[in-house]
Design a protein around this ligand. Structure first.
Ligand code: GLA
Length: 630
């Protein structure tokens, strides 16, 4: 198990940040070593944007600068998550090969000058990225500082996540050939008899570029799948080299705050550990819940295993309209929230605040003001505190009784254009379902459509618009065997090619839910309504003008609830509280005051450590209880 290598080198919760020493001189490096010791830093991510410095000309490498930092960090007892440096190609590469620059759907080619300016399908980019990766793996594979490989950086985080150049179009066609075999099968899947789109050969197919009106939805959906796969292929090309040259060193890549771009359930199995970057807005009153949800997703990606927080901001970011600072104590609360939800590390962007460049107003562990700052003081205090809890490293996050189903392809399909309403947003729906659990301090796992559902008392299914018959049958079996399911509006509408399941909405769930939906009726004020005909379900609430809005249907040993509406938050809370009471899903601890959160990790010796977070008072306490009786 490659992860063992990481835990050999990082022996208490990982603490540190992105380290960019190439932006500084030797005097600062010496100071860094001392300040890292003072702050309790034991893990840094090195080299994320260092391609231009490390390979200053094609095939010419300069590792001397990096050798020094690796040795210095090893001596200081700081482990390194070493980046493959491939997120941002050097200027010479785009000068020699401008064809690697990504193209937007309207044909605009993006320029270099920021970062992530490469086409995911470009064989030239991949060849150069893999070549550099191999050199790094060969040089540092046995270095005592090396704990982990950090592949790329935040795949898909900018508009370059999709590319429409000719190389991408050819790659898309190849991907479609593999998926469909024949162009007739593609025509069938894409419903191309609509609007005279029937293709005679794969050569006629393009990426969905800017067009006069709505583009083919199945084409768009496949293009989302393809784009996620292409980025994954870039990551896997580097992983292949790393695992060949350094078979014992684990690999990861850091995911962007829960985003639509990548099908993370498809990505996660390829990584040794899931890693995440979290940037809650301190001025957003729902920030902690949103963050809790994203942490629940990260934990869910590998079936409940611990994950790494590789970036967060110690204070303000620099990329919102207004970038509020974190008040005293907030950084500590945010950090413990991550640990509570399963993180084995608390890392920041970045170690030292840059003097120049686009992120100089982004906070860092060592601010422009240096050591004598509030942020550094809090950083050092937190480092000492986290170091005092080595038992939490690797401690298993306790499995929740409730789960929420998330599916990226359905998310992509739900938000395509030309739908009954433009207000259908999966993340909003997921957060609205998660919030009543969060507010009551009820733990919630996030699971994929093929998850093992046995053991969950409650399953929330927000807007599962696109669903295969197989998934529908699995959800039916879950309820028949005693589960409680809460499904919301506009679910079970189309198949994996965005073709409607015929026979009355939501055809694959009619029997399970005991109802039929005849029409959708979204309102100008953004509310959602459906005309529901009961076929065994009982009405729980009704729309003001009549007709069931929420229904309940005993099915087999379990119960299926349906929300033909998007209830306001108070009604959603009452409803979820009622469902919870029925199926016996309780808060993580029985005696928590209003607004206080607790999540539990179970140490190697079986002790349950409850991390109790009080957002109101920005306080964090740990409670320990003995192992649960078997
Ligand atoms: C992302 C990137 C970092 C940095 C931060 C700033 O997470 O990975 O390089 O740009 O955003 O918030």
């Amino acid at each position: 198990m490659r992860l063992g290598h990481f835990y050999d080198r990082v022996t208490s919760l990982g603490y540190g940040g992105d380290y960019n020493p190439e932006q500084w001189g030797a005097d600062v490096h010496a100071e860094d070593t001392g300040l890292m010791r003072e702050a309790g830093v034991n893990l840094v991510t090195l080299g994320i944007f260092s391609w231009a410095r490390t390979e200053p000309a094609p095939g010419t490498y300069d590792f001397t600068w990096l050798d020094g930092h690796m040795d210095r960090l090893a001596e200081a007892g700081v482990a390194v998550s070493l980046a493959t440096m491939t997120a941002s190609p050097p200027p010479w590469l785009t000068r020699l090969h401008p064809e690697i620059l990504p193209v937007l759907e309207d044909g605009t080619r993006l320029y270099p000058g920021s970062r992530q300016h490469w086409c995911p399908s470009s064989p030239v980019y991949r060849r150069h990225a893999v070549r550099l990766t191999e050199r790094l793996a060969t040089r540092y594979g046995t270095h005592p500082a090396l704990a982990l490989w950090h592949i790329g950086n935040e795949y898909g985080c900018h508009i370059s996540r999709h590319c429409h150049c000719e190389v991408s179009a050819a790659a898309f066609r190849a991907w479609l050939r593999t998926r469909y075999g024949t162009v007739e099968a593609l025509d069938e899947a894409w419903s191309t008899d609509f609007w005279s789109q029937r293709y005679g050969t794969f050569e006629e197919v393009h990426t969905p570029r800017t067009a006069p009106s709505f583009r083919n939805p199945a084409q768009q959906l496949d293009y989302w799948r393809f784009s996620s796969d292409e980025l994954l292929a870039c990551c896997l090309a580097e992983k292949e080299v790393l695992t060949r040259v350094t078979p014992d060193v684990p690999v990861t890549t850091n995911f962007v705050p829960v985003a639509k771009t990548l099908d993370l359930f498809a990505w996660a199995p390829h990584l040794d550990v899931v890693a995440y970057d979290s940037y809650p807005d301190p001025h957003d009153p729902d920030a902690l819940q949103r963050t809790a949800f994203s942490y629940d997703v990260m934990r869910g990606l590998k079936g409940g295993r611990p994950w790494l927080l590789l970036e967060q901001a110690p204070g303000a970011v620099n990329w919102r309209e207004r970038n509020g600072r974190k008040p005293p104590g907030r950084m500590r609360l945010d950090s413990w929230q991550a640990v509570a939800h399963g993180a084995d590390s608390v890392l920041f962007f970045q170690w030292r605040q840059s003097r120049g460049g686009a992120e100089k107003f982004h906070s860092a562990m060592v601010p422009h003001g240096g050591r004598a700052t509030r942020i550094f003081r809090e950083v050092a205090e937190l480092g000492a505190e986290l170091a005092g809890h080595p038992e939490l490293l690797g401690a298993a996050p306790e499995r929740a009784d409730a789960a929420l189903l998330l599916d990226w392809p359905s998310w992509w399909a739900l938000e395509l254009d030309a739908h009954p309403s433009a207000d259908l947003r999966l993340l909003d729906a997921a957060l609205a379902h998660h919030k009543p659990l969060y507010d009551a301090s009820v733990a919630c796992d996030v699971v994929p459509v093929d998850a093992e559902l046995t053991g969950y008392r409650l399953l929330l299914v927000p807007n599962l618009y696109s669903v295969t018959n197989e998934t529908a049958q699995r959800l039916g079996a879950y309820v028949r065997q005693g589960g409680t399911l809460v499904m919301s509006y506009f679910s079970g509408i189309t198949d994996e090619h965005d073709r409607v399941h015929l026979g009355g909405y939501p055809a694959p769930f009619r029997e399970l839910l005991g109802l039929r939906v005849e029409e959708f009726d979204p309102r100008p004020d953004g509310t959602w309504a459906e005309e529901v005909h009961l076929e065994g379900a009982e009405p729980v609430t009704s729309f003001p003008g009549g007709g069931p809005a929420v229904t309940r249907h005993p099915y087999g040993e379990g119960t299926a609830w349906y929300l033909a509406t998007r209830p306001p938050p108070e009604e959603m809370r009452d409803l979820v509280d009622r469902v919870r009471a029925e199926c016996g899903v309780s808060p993580t601890l029985p005696d928590l005051p209003e607004g206080v959160q607790a999540r539990t990790r179970v140490t190697a010796s079986g002790t349950r450590v409850h991390v109790v977070l009080d957002p109101q008072n920005l306080s964090v306490t740990l409670r320990k209880t003995p192992p649960r009786p078997p």
